[in-house]
Design a protein around this ligand. Structure first.
Ligand code: ADP
Ligand code: ZN
Ligand code: ZN
Length: 778
């Protein structure tokens, strides 16, 4: 390298006031991980620190002040000056070398930890950053509970536990003249294991009264972590487990056999076949070996019902990680898992980043569910990370689903995952078959045709509940002019606006733009504006008119904005009075609705001819999940599926032969079309306020990418630029570039190079992102 070039590098770095540990480009991602292997050093001169910025590089600082108790090593949080701010970063390596003159390195402001963050957690973050081409600093930041991100010390919050220090009689005799304290000591005495302060203040006593008893030495006080529970020892369960049927026993035996190694299994069982019971008994076995279990569930699946089921079974604490937690509660849960005090951790997507002291198994329930993939920022897939993590930790991983993703199915078929089948329902009734109902040429009321309305009437007359599934909230998908064909379109997006009734307005579901409902057609002035199609509100309205004596519950994002409202609705529904439930997938997935005997799918056609390559798979999964709500308890169920394409071969195959038959056929089609899981994809998305800026950026990237691929002779295709399926969203233009490769390693190399190139070459006008293994191409 010439002197001039070196100087230039130095100057540009000086501007940033930091030193980067490595140049941009392909090696950079590796360098994010390599540094970690530098390991601990007693007196290093340089700390390589990951900082929460999108830049995929490390920053070098000088260690100052007293060294942490365990030395300078990867995983320590440090506070560092960054620009004009101070940020919390994480040491990734320590050494005596920097690309930057050592005397010009800035010193850290402080170290925040004496011991590093958990090693398993660090490993997962490094893997994630590398695999998803994301900044390590950002990834570490994302994977930490809020308080740790802000620099709070990593120690369990404590609470006080109060216990009787003497006999109740002698205590009370000493409190003859303090009636309130007498009551209080009686309350404490009721709890042989002691009682925590919050439980006492909840009864109207004060902390001062407790202190008074302590001063008189009538009670003792101990401090304990807030998440402490019963001691973790046998018996682990609080209720007997069910005796398993043959298929369940076979599955459980296979699982028990692989407890001490990486053992990926797909538990492929029809809805209601008792997968959860298998999870529970597997966890019991894992806990019996003194190990912890991590259970991931879809966003929609972490219901109070699910938790109740786990908590009822086990005597040990079940820690739940969900969006309803406060930052501090999240930290408590994290700490309990890290320290090993929490034997069972259940959470949604981000719970994959929970450290475990003694990991024993990871279970991913409804592994096909789209909510496991984060769709912005760090675009990771929690199921895929779970597999990588289980492999790294040499523990079993169980993926469960009635409708496995084609990815997992392909792995199971090839023998890389053990394929465990449950074909029988635990209750008497097999899952109902889908009955296709031809919509063509039929008059619809609220989206429903007369024979379906008759079937609803019969089901209600037989004291059943009816679930009407319609994946559109609002009154109608859009509003149109009967005179000239005008359609209400969003001003900011390439999309139509949805008509809502309460209150009346048009809403764009892509950008939330709202407009008043027009009285006359903006194009021709005609007053003949009509709602086109049906949404949940319209179907609800129609059903209320048709069945005035039956309660109609509408369950969608609008009717359940408050969680309590949703819970109240579910409680009502579970009482079992004949009623109509109109809902989107919020209702159709995950909930156990024992009294539903008829399921109606208002329109099955959305996924049939969609352009996205996963649309059909996802829509088949949804249909089967919805259908699975019927006949879960004593009575058999029926599923009516309305469609304009009753002869569509895919829909027919699904209805006649079930999900597996369709899935295997779709796999064959994917193979022929060279799509995942037979090829791997990475999608680069570009967006800008001007169409040409977005296009130019994507075009330029495509050109250099292709040239690089040719030069390196890498077997990776680069397609595009092409406009996204919805090109204009919120007045921004979206253009894409797609990389595809048969070998993951080649695709990885190419996407790492592209990310590096974009990082140094994209202009500020364009926002870009890279999505590895994208779930949708939109
Ligand atoms: P899945 O998770 O596959 O949908 P669940 O585990 O929720 O199925 O089981 C469905 C119903 O069957 C539940 O009410 C459950 O208690 C019951 N069940 C599961 N396994 C058994 C069994 N071995 N014996 C009796 N009932 C069972
Ligand atoms: Zn008109
Ligand atoms: Zn819009």
């Amino acid at each position: 390298m010439s002197l001039a070039a070196t100087d230039k590098r130095r100057t540009s770095r000086r501007k940033a006031q930091h030193s980067s540990r490595s140049d941009y480009g392909g090696q950079l991602v590796d360098s994010q991980g390599d540094a970690a292997r530098d390991g601990a050093s007693a007196n290093p001169r340089v700390l390589h620190v990951a900082i929460p910025t999108p830049l995929r590089r490390l920053f070098d600082y000088r260690p100052v002040g007293p060294a942490p108790a365990q030395g300078w090593q990867p995983g320590l949080r440090v506070k560092v000056p960054f620009g004009r701010r101070q940020l919390v970063g994480i040491v990734v390596g320590a050494s005596d070398e920097s690309d930057w003159p050592l005397d010009q390195l800035k010193p850290i402001a402080a170290h925040l930890d004496d011991a590093p963050l958990p090693e398993d957690w660090q490993w997962l973050c490094r893997f994630t950053a590398r695999y998803y081409q994301h900044s390590l600093g950002d990834t570490l930041h994302h994977a930490l509970p809020g308080p740790l991100r802000q620099g709070r010390p990593l120690e369990a919050r404590t609470r006080e536990r109060w216990e009787l220090a003497t006999t109740l009689d002698s205590a009370q005799s000493r409190l003859a003249r303090a009636p309130r304290q007498r009551e209080l000591i009686a309350l404490v005495a009721q709890h042989r294991q002691g009682v925590v302060t919050s439980a006492i203040t909840a009864q109207g006593f004060t902390r001062a009264q407790l202190q008074a008893l302590l001063d008189k030495q009538l009670v003792t006080r101990t401090e304990e972590p807030v998440t402490a529970g019963e001691p973790w020892q046998a018996p682990l369960t609080a209720e007997p487990s069910l005796s398993l049927n043959r298929e369940q026993s076979t599955a459980l035996a296979a699982l028990h056999e692989g407890l001490d190694r990486f053992h990926p299994c797909l538990l492929h069982g029809v809805t209601g076949s008792g997968k959860t019971e298998v999870y529970l008994q597997l966890i019991e076995g894992v806990l019996g070996h003194g190990r912890q279990a991590l259970v991931l569930v879809p966003e929609i699946g972490l219901t109070p019902q699910t938790l109740a089921r786990f908590r009822k079974r086990f005597r040990v604490p079940v820690v739940a990680l969900h969006s309803g937690l406060t930052d501090l509660e999240r930290l408590d849960a994290w700490e309990a898992a890290r320290s090993g005090r929490a034997p069972i951790v259940i959470g949604t997507r981000s719970a994959i980043f929970t450290p475990l002291a003694r990991p024993g198994v990871i279970i991913v329930d409804e592994e096909h569910d789209g909510s496991f993939k984060q769709q912005d920022g760090l675009r990771y897939h929690a199921r895929d990370l779970a597999i990588a993590r289980a492999h790294h930790e040499s523990i079993p991983i169980l993926l469960g689903s009635a409708t496995p993703s084609l990815e997992s199915l392909a792995q199971a078929r090839s023998g890389r995952y053990r394929h465990l089948r449950l074909t029988q329902r635990a209750s008497r009734h097999a899952p109902a078959k889908l009955e296709l109902v031809d919509l063509r040429g039929r008059l619809r009321q609220g989206g429903l045709i007369p024979p379906v309305i008759d079937a609803i009437r019969q089901a209600l007359a037989a004291e059943g509940q009816v679930l009407v599934f319609i994946n559109r909230r609002g009154f109608a998908p859009t509003l149109g002019c009967h005179e000239c064909g005008w359609i209400a379109e969003c001003r900011h997006c390439d999309s139509r606006m949805t008509l809502h009734r309460h209150p009346p307005r048009l809403v764009c579901h892509h950008c939330e733009h709202q407009a008043p409902q027009p009285d006359a057609c903006p194009a021709c002035g005609s007053a003949d504006l009509r709602p086109l199609g049906a949404g949940t509100e319209r179907t609800e309205e129609t059903l209320s008119t048709l069945f005035p004596d039956t309660p109609v519950y509408r369950i969608d994002r609008d009717s359940t904005r408050r969680k309590e409202a949703f819970d109240a609705l579910l409680t009502d529904i579970r009482r079992g009075t004949p009623s109509l439930l109109v809902g989107t997938q919020m209702l159709a997935k995950g909930h156990h609705l024992p009294h539903v005997t008829l399921v109606v799918v208002v329109n099955a056609d959305a996924g049939l001819y969609a352009s996205d390559f996963r649309a059909l798979e996802q829509s088949a999964q949804l249909l089967i999940q919805v259908a699975g709500r019927a006949g879960r308890a004593e009575r058999p169920g029926r599923v009516l599926v309305q469609t304009l394409h009753p002869d569509d071969p895919n829909l027919r195959l699904l209805a006649d032969s079930g999900y597996d038959a369709l899935a295997y056929q779709l796999l064959e089609e994917r193979r022929l079309a060279a799509l995942p899981p037979f090829r791997h994809l990475a999608l680069a998305r570009f967006e800008a306020a001007s169409e040409s800026d977005a296009n130019d950026a994507a075009g330029a990237a495509g050109e250099v990418m292709r040239a690089w691929l040719v030069e390196r002779e890498l077997p990776v295709h680069c397609l595009g630029p092409v406009p996204a399926p919805m090109e204009r969203r919120q007045n921004r233009y979206h253009i894409q570039l797609m990389l595809s490769g048969e070998r993951r390693s080649a695709l990885h190399e190419a996407s790492a190079w592209l990310a590096g190139w974009l990082e140094s070459n994209a202009t500020r006008k364009v926002r870009w992102s890279l999505d590895i293994d994208p779930m949708t191409l939109s």
